[in-house]
Design a protein around this ligand. Structure first.
Ligand code: TYD
Length: 137
């Protein structure tokens, strides 16, 4: 799937003087059903996360609190997204390399995923990823 499929999705936001509320329904607000959620927190300043691609997994990343950057690549082109709004998510399609950096202090990254955790779904080696994308032999 091409890098252009990855995009910021605006999520529903119910504005209320008592506090705002956003929600996500699988297959409705995002283009996949949700099988798993996980979250990153207590990320030390200067840390990088990610550094891999997934074969079949669809994901949505949200800066629930604070901010961070996500650099996406298809092996040829890169795109940097700055996430800092809890009512927006970055949709990442399969076969996209990603690195997360520039975490603000106290930031929390919520991730919705289309499948359960499976280490066999990862490309953790960039050369092997490029071979799988037919960019390298
Ligand atoms: P990883 O996906 O490499 O983290 P990130 O992309 O945020 O840097 O996962 C880090 C470790 O956590 C790795 O040993 C696998 C494990 N893990 C699970 O057991 N279940 C999960 O749902 C996730 C996302 C990771």
């Amino acid at each position: 799937m091409p890098l252009e499929y990855c995009k910021i999705i605006d999520l529903p936001k119910i504005t209320d003087a008592r506090g705002n509320l956003s929600f996500i329904e699988g297959g409705i607000h995002i283009p996949f059903e949700i099988a798993r959620t996980y979250y990153l927190y207590d990320v030390p300043a200067g840390s990088e996360r990610g550094g891999h691609a997934h074969k079949d997994l669809h994901q949505l990343m949200i800066a629930i609190s604070g901010s961070f950057d996500v650099v996406l690549s298809d092996g040829q082109n890169n795109k940097r997204f700055h996430l800092n709004r809890p009512y927006q998510g970055l949709y990442i399609c399969p076969m996209i390399w990603r690195v997360l950096d520039n975490f603000s202090s106290g930031s929390v990254s919520l991730v919705l995923a289309s499948n359960n955790y499976d280490e066999n779904d990862y490309y953790r080696n960039y050369n092997q990823y490029l071979i799988a994308r037919n960019i390298k032999k």
